[in-house]
Design a protein around this ligand. Structure first.
Ligand SMILES: Cc1cc2nc3c(=O)[nH]c(=O)nc-3n(C[C@H](O)[C@H](O)[C@H](O)COP(=O)(O)OP(=O)(O)OC[C@H]3O[C@@H](n4cnc5c(N)ncnc54)[C@H](O)[C@@H]3O)c2cc1C
Length: 276
């Protein structure tokens, strides 16, 4: 049971959602956006979160879109992870999000919720960073590059939300690899997830679970693409350029994470360099 009362709104337009948020916010009410709701409900039940007003984004048609236009794939942030995988439209994204949670939870968890999760994993962002995705932010006319709003986490103005993700179609069928290792079962938080794709014979690679935020790094990619060195040396050196220390927590020690990470990076290089 959720131990507090809140007002619930389900607007049918982007403008209506922003206006509802702004009105409540101006009245001093703590207001949150809600997409799949799984994180909201879990955190509210355990008193890790409180809200006076909840604005459900699932009634907004743009947030439910999943379609190809002339040049791009458009993914509404209210689309469930299962729908994305089942569509087969962007296999790297589909395969990556297919390893998040269990099948029943993935019917509810949305891409927007995953990208804005308070947990450190946000695995759905890896393919989007690799594909130079753009985002449509509520209230803004023009889409912006994802890396303009993603600095360790997605940061938006309080009343703004992510409405759509836009991926240029030229990225959809490039050679890719996506691998996840958990502590015990197939379903679980990642000890390490490594997603990669090959574009113009250059490896692009992004990580989740290893540092306290998901990331893609130009330094790491430059080292891994320097094929004058053996793969083992490239991987050792690339890890020294990670933007933060390896996580050491109840799921895995930093040493174990390093071991798993090196294996995944070796497998990734092996798979994608063979595809060159
Ligand atoms: C069983 C289970 C296992 C999990 N395992 C993993 C895992 O292995 N890897 C992983 O990455 N994650 C994992 N998660 C975390 C999950 O991806 C997040 O909790 C995610 O936030 C849930 O999505 P939702 O749509 O239900 O989010 P919601 O509860 O609706 O929202 C989550 C947060 O995102 C914000 N938000 C939602 N939509 C938007 C938007 N469009 N714009 C801006 N902010 C928005 C909300 O305000 C809220 O703060 C797991 C979750 C569960 C339940």
């Amino acid at each position: 049971m959720i131990p507090f009362n809140f007002e619930y709104y389900k607007p049918s337009t982007i403008t209506g959602a922003v206006e509802a948020f702004q009105t409540a916010h101006d009245l001093g009410q703590h207001t949150v956006y809600y997409s799949g709701g799984t994180e909201f409900i879990t955190f509210a039940r355990t008193n890790k979160l409180h809200a006076d007003v909840v604005i459900d984004l699932k009634g907004i048609p743009e947030c439910k879109a999943l379609e190809l236009d002339e040049n791009d794939l458009i993914i509404g942030t209210g689309v469930s992870l299962n729908k994305i995988s089942e569509s087969g439209l962007f296999p790297l994204l589909g395969e990556t999000v297919k390893r998040i949670a269990d099948h029943t939870s993935r019917n509810k968890i949305t891409l927007g919720g995953n990208l804005n999760s308070q947990l450190m994993y946000r695995e759905g962002i890896l393919p989007l960073l690799l594909a130079d995705a753009k985002v449509k932010i509520a209230g803004k006319d023009t889409p912006v590059a994802l890396d303009k709003v993603f600095h360790h986490e997605i940061t938006l103005e309080p009343s703004a939300f992510l409405a759509q993700i836009i991926v240029d179609q030229s990225y959809l069928k490039l050679p890719f690899s996506t691998m996840k290792r958990t502590r015990f079962s197939k379903v679980g938080y990642p000890v390490a997830t490594v997603a990669a794709l090959m574009k113009d014979e250059e490896l692009r690679i992004a990580f989740s679970g290893v540092c306290e935020f998901p990331f893609r790094s130009a330094d790491v990619e430059a080292i891994l693409n320097d094929t004058s060195m053996p793969a083992e040396n490239r991987i050792e050196e690339a890890i020294t350029y990670f933007p933060a220390p390896l996580v050491h927590d109840m799921h895995a020690s930093a040493e174990y994470r390093r071991f798993v990470l090196k294996n995944l990076m070796t497998e990734t290089l092996h798979a994608l360099e063979a595809a060159k």
